[in-house]
Design a protein. Structure first.
Length: 761
């Protein structure tokens, strides 16, 4: 068959960092939670709200909601402070690591860091931001700094140093020509003059421990239980008392005090107006006209009718592993383990799992307010009964085990069906880790510490789910192991990394739940694993049948894995040797490989603990891309899971700080051409200086690129479904402006495709 593709795809004009580094593009999107709203500002009928990992805009009259995150312009996650000036349309975002983003009509400017006081070793977290005109006062652990929003630079800083100890500014605001700051020792103030940086010249207007402050037509501040209005002279106490003040907001008409469970409004003189309850915990609130809006902990923005407004997303950002199935459906587990060990990481929010049904995110009511301790390492849907969902609860308590939930599409909720204790009565042994279906839809669980009667039983086990009895049959594999990772199913075998021992298991269940005839093939250090390695963590098997095994200290390849592992006495795992400065060097030597994923073009995505994600050529010899939190929207550099949707090429990156996706160029690669696309096209040098991507190619594609007169200017063989042309000719110099024809055939010449590329230098 013959295809012709003349494609012109626009490229997002990426926002630039202060150091000219591009972070986001159209290829990226976030799957962040926008439930936990920490600050809000109103601008002409639009509420601008800050959540944990992004900003969103809610237009009250139309209901329109848009969002801004690291995937489309911001430069960090973990927002700790925010304010916005409606007059100048300028906002300032502060992060837990001390960096800032300035949002203005001109774009987004990244301010690398706040000024740090000499000798200050405390947290760099930005506690609070308050904008007045073109100035913002920023509260941090050592005091306050003044930031000029127009010039996008810092002015004076006041370091609250007394007796050799730094005092934090909890919050601060500019009122008149003074900066007022609430601290744990009092309300303090200073005019913005030459002595502003000298802390000894600051005045304590009122002693006490105060948390919150804001100003516009009036100035109001509070302790945990008492609020005040202050316009010089003696502060006047508000008429209501509070249980736990979360925020104080002053706008042109009202003082709004957010308590733990209620929101109180006062006029600018401090006279009580009204109280509103949103039915849940709020961080902040504000008024728009006569209406009150709450910024909640769990439901985004709420109005007085308890309607919720926020971008759709998972219930929390915290995520560990992800399962893809069906049409764009996701199940996300929220557990975690420290490093390669099975050390339980309990999350104070006890989040459970999240589900995306292809249209919206759903959070099981089962987990809301549940006092059971959950550390869910894996969650998976049953392909035989898709509404049945199984998850592993890896805890050192009597709640550990495998749980089955039932999904009801009508109510969009899950109900508890059954729990399986895997045949033990104590709260320590037989801790389930991962769940895997084989190609006969049999469900298997990998189980750690299966030794009976011991707090740290030394056995690794496999549990097979018997549908007839609705129970798991558990078989121990050996007495010398103890821990396990989630298994990968491939060609009749369960491939199981062993994080506490320098070895690996391939488990043959014979495609049945009968465990009596099962066989375990075990590799050890003698098979070639690094001598200093403490265990294996991840595994993937590529199109050539090689197993890529990631350990705590490196990467190993088992060639022809299925046949090789069945003769463990002779099987050998090998490192990948790459050339560095003329010398051979082991790829990923002494680094922990958290996850390996193979895309449709046989390229490898590899997550390195603390090192971001590498995208490698099929043989691992070339690094095609290297994403880190510094050069991409990745929330952090420790990605706990990677999944590729091979039909679409979309890549999911999972972390404890949230999930982002990247639209890869490789999708559904076969021996024939798919939908061939060229982008950017046209290539205008003043707008784009990178390589032109051609995707939708056959698995092996012969490429010739010719100019308008038929002269061949470039030729190549592309493998893996896509190709990047640097716009150089065969002499290594950039081609001239003009139209170029791309002529392509697959490996055996049975399929052809063509495309055009317009080049403007």
């Amino acid at each position: 068959m013959k295809k012709l593709s003349l494609i012109s795809l626009g490229v997002l004009a990426s926002l630039q960092l202060a150091n000219a580094q591009t972070i986001s593009s159209k290829k990226w999107a976030d799957l962040f939670s926008y439930n936990n709203v920490s600050a809000m500002k109103e601008d002409n009928g639009k509420l601008i709200a800050a959540a944990e990992n992004g900003i969103f805009y809610y237009t009250i009259s139309t209901g329109e909601i848009t969002k801004l995150s690291k995937a489309n312009g911001l430069h960090e996650v973990k927002i700790s402070a925010f304010d916005y000036n409606p007059q100048t349309k300028t906002g300032l975002i502060g992060y837990q690591n001390g960096s800032l983003d300035v949002i203005s009509p001109d774009g987004i400017k990244y301010v690398v860091d706040i000024p740090i006081a000499t000798g200050y070793n405390g947290s760099k977290r930005i506690n609070h931001i308050s904008i007045t005109g073109d100035l913002a006062v920023i509260s941090v652990g050592y005091g306050v700094s003044i930031f000029d929003l127009k010039k996008k630079e810092f002015k004076d800083s006041a370091f609250f140093l007394s007796g050799g100890v730094y005092q934090a500014s909890n919050e601060a605001t500019i009122f008149g020509n003074k900066v007022f700051s609430v601290t744990n020792t009092g309300l303090k103030s200073h005019e913005m003059n030459t002595t502003f940086p000298v802390f000894s010249t600051w005045i304590t207007d009122m002693p006490g421990s105060f948390r919150h402050i804001d100003s516009e037509g009036a100035l109001s501040f509070s302790s945990a239980t008492t609020g005040y209005v202050y316009n010089g002279g003696t502060p006047v106490q508000l008429s209501q008392t509070f249980s736990n003040v979360r925020d104080v907001v002053v706008n042109s008409n009202n003082i709004v005090v957010t308590d733990a469970n209620r929101v109180y409004t006062f006029n600018s003189d401090g006279n009580f107006n009204n109280t509103v309850s949103f039915g849940e915990e709020c961080n902040t609130a504000t008024t728009v006209g006569s209406s009150v809006y709450g910024g909640t902990v769990m439901s985004g923005i709420k109005n007085e009718s308890s309607n919720s407004f926020k971008p759709d997303g998972p219930f929390f950002n915290y995520a560990y592993k992800i399962s893809l199935y069906g049409e764009n459906q996701l199940l996300v587990s929220s557990g975690g383990r420290e490093s390669r060990f099975n050390t339980v990481l309990f999350n104070a929010k006890n989040p459970g799992f999240y589900y995306f049904d292809g249209v919206e995110w759903i959070y099981p009511s089962f987990f809301k307010g549940n006092t059971t301790q959950f550390n869910i390492l894996d969650v998976i849907s049953d392909p035989v009964n898709p509404t049945d969902v199984f998850f592993t609860n890896y805890t050192a308590s009597n709640s550990r085990g495998i749980f089955k939930m039932k999904y009801n599409p009508g109510s969009k909720d899950f109900t508890f069906a059954k729990s399986y204790n895997l045949g033990t009565t104590d709260g320590f042994t037989r801790r389930p880790v991962g769940l895997t279906f084989d190609d006969s839809n049999n469900l298997f669980a990998t189980i750690a510490f299966s030794g009976e009667g011991a707090a740290q039983g030394p056995l690794t086990a496999v549990g097979a789910y018997d549908r007839a009895t609705d129970d798991f049959l558990v078989k121990n594999t050996t007495s010398s192991l103890g821990a396990a990772q989630k298994a990968l199913y491939h060609e009749g075998l369960l491939w199981i990394p062993l994080p506490r021992i320098n070895g690996f298991i391939a488990y043959d269940a014979k495609k049945t739940v009968n465990t009596s005839d099962d066989t375990a093939y075990i590799l050890s250090q003698a098979n070639g694993f690094a001598s200093n390695s403490g265990g294996t963590i991840s595994v993937a098997i590529d199109k050539s049948g090689d197993a890529w095994i990631g350990g705590d200290l490196g990467l190993r390849i088992l060639p022809n894995a299925v046949s090789a592992i069945k003769t463990p006495a002779t099987a050998k795992v090998e490192p990948i040797i790459i050339e560095q400065n003329g010398l051979g060097e082991e790829l990923f030597r002494d680094t922990q490989i958290l996850q390996i994923e193979v895309d449709a073009g046989d390229h490898k995505w590899v997550s390195v603990d603390g090192g971001g994600v590498y995208y490698l050529s099929a043989d691992g010899q070339q690094t095609v891309k290297h994403f880190t939190k510094e050069n991409s929207p990745l929330p952090n550099n420790t990605i706990t899971d990677i999944k590729v949707d091979r039909k679409t090429g979309k890549v999911y990156f999972v972390s404890y700080d949230g999930i982002v996706t990247y639209q890869g160029d490789v999708a559904d690669v076969t021996s024939e051409f798919g939908n061939v696309l060229v982008y950017p096209n046209p290539v205008v040098y003043s707008n784009f200086k990178g390589k032109v991507t051609i995707k939708g190619l056959a698995e092996v594609t012969n490429i010739r690129i010719a100019d308008a007169t038929g002269n061949i200017v470039h030729s190549a063989v592309a493998r893996g479904g896509y190709y990047e042309w640097d716009l150089n000719n065969m002499r290594g110099t950039r081609v001239a402006s003009g139209v170029y024809f791309v002529l392509m055939t697959n490996e055996d010449g049975s399929d052809k495709a063509t495309a055009k590329i317009a080049v403007v230098n």
